[in-house]
Design a protein around this ligand. Sequence first.
Ligand SMILES: O=C(O)CCC(=O)C(=O)O
Ligand SMILES: [Fe+2]
Length: 232
Amino acid sequence: MGSFFSNPLSDSFLGEDGKQWRNAWPTDDLPTLKPAVQDLSLTMKGVAERLARYLDVYVRGKLPSLRPDFFERTVASTPKVNSRLIHYYPIREAFSGQWTGWHKDIGMLTCLTPALYTNEQGEEIAWSDPAVGLHAQTKDGEVVKVQVPKDCLIIQIGEAMEVLTGGVIKAIPHAVIPLRYRRGGPEVMIVSRNSMALFIDPTHQDILDIPAERSVADLFQCCDTTLLTPKL
Ligand SMILES: O=C(O)CCC(=O)C(=O)O
Ligand SMILES: [Fe+2]
């Protein structure tokens, strides 16, 4: 898998390690990349802020100790926003792993594009396979393919959100399942997958406390964790 990370909010930023970081855009080779990533990221962030407003309404009755606009404010104001362009290389040999192994996202909200599949020449192909792509494990333990219409975005809940709501809102395990190479199969298709994620995270200074109404036991209640690597 190949990733290109950038901070879409600012080209120069102070990292939490105290270092001054700079985005490394390939301005000469691909001048349209920066405006395209920044534009999409801002759209994604706007959608995430809107969702956060609904999450505030949803948790209000269950968690009166949380400030009423807690999630909307946190998502809108955090400087910790990272965009990640992801290219999943075709699988050319017998391989039992995943394109991305089973995990939960660690931040608050992750916004994702639908997948864009490309052939060996890098051309977009209309292709879909129910066994391939983003899969998620529901609260009942069932693994389902996440179907994202072409003109839609999806937003995943991260573990920080799970902790901050004491498990009222759950982060869902997910993985990206590759097209398996079949030795001697009739047609071995060379298919790459491309997507972009925008991770909206709390800063290292934010305190991740379980709300007063909930306990650690509530947080770890429910949900099958057997697929997750590393194991909890
Ligand atoms: O590529 C995708 O659809 C999902 C990527 C993902 O789960 C991640 O980057 O955390
Ligand atoms: Fe993820």
